[in-house]
Design a protein around this ligand. Sequence first.
Ligand code: UT7
Length: 356
Amino acid sequence: MIGNGRSDVHVTITGLGAYAPERVITNAELSQLVETSDEWIVERTGIRERRIAADSQALSDLCLPAAHQALEQAGIEGKDVDLLIVATVTPDMMFPSTSAILADRLGATDAAAYDLSAGCTGFMYALAQAYGMLAGGLARRALVVGGDVLSRILDWSDRSTVVLFGDGAGAVVVEPSEEAGFLAFELGADGAGGEHLWLPGSGSRRFEDPDRFVKMNGREVFRFATRVLVQSAEAVLEREGSTVDDVDVYVPHQANVRIIDHATKKLGIPSDRVVINVDRYGNTSSGSIPLALADAQEDGRLRQGKLVLMTGMGAGLTWGSALMRWTMGLEAPSAEPATPGQTTRPPAAAEGGAAA
Ligand code: UT7
């Protein structure tokens, strides 16, 4: 399990962008494809509609507008980026990497570019990697993108998966900063649970009956999700010496409203601090957390000084949290000041080293 970094270099997010395809698929439309209903989907998942990529769109086509928006917000251009990570389980193709394709389309000719696979937790893993590369001095400006076109790997006759997922992407620019920024990370994986959410037949392992579609044991993943969302959030808060009361904005992976509600209640985070957009996008996998961040920025909740807790979970099975002090945009009103002692330090080194 990866834990706190040890660095005097502060690192933060300086630009944010998101993109979801235009085509909306409602629950009513889905109920014409499989035996389901709007009532069942809303009651069990909270999802009302999702976006689906056009036939002509591959992952890089979703990442490109999100990346442009993030670069614009940061006031930089593609050529200024020296590290580009795309977190995804649905790249344009196995190789070349979608990040190399994206780097070319952005003019990021000097960037090291690679894809990262950690299921729906991919964006959290990629953020931690970018933090590490910048804090360690290996890179100066990173573009971290999370996105998926899960509609391409779904069995559209399987009602247990098709109602849950959607397509989308989000991007952030990550740069060194005067003040932190990122405070702590907590990442983990439990490969023993891998077959509860997987795509057998998609790689070099030979299966007797290869399958090109996502297979999921919904109940097991539900149990896993409700457990790790709470444990990972508590662990990352503890590492930074913060409590849930300090959290201003909670951005959980958008898989299911029931999972989010469970975690929120168990953690004791008031519902007005929780970002939820799964009703409009479904589960966009690696795109979920950056899309939710973009929503929170748009509705004015992400302001300078706010303490932001993000937690993802997904295939692997994997999980990951990041705790950060938001440093962009408008300052929070003076009635809710940032806690100065917590803004000026990078991840405090836990006693006993980085790994927990
Ligand atoms: O990023 C991580 C990705 N995955 C997840 O987050 C998934 C986590 N799991 C879940 O969100 C939930 O387990 C589901 C939403 C997938 C399912 O909800 P549930 O409350 O766990 O339902 P269930 O699997 O226990 O199924 C209850 C019933 C079953 O019928 P019977 O056996 O009781 O007759 C299912 O066949 O609901 C049936 N069912 C459906 N009915 C209508 C399953 N899918 C559907 C559907 N429409 N789409």
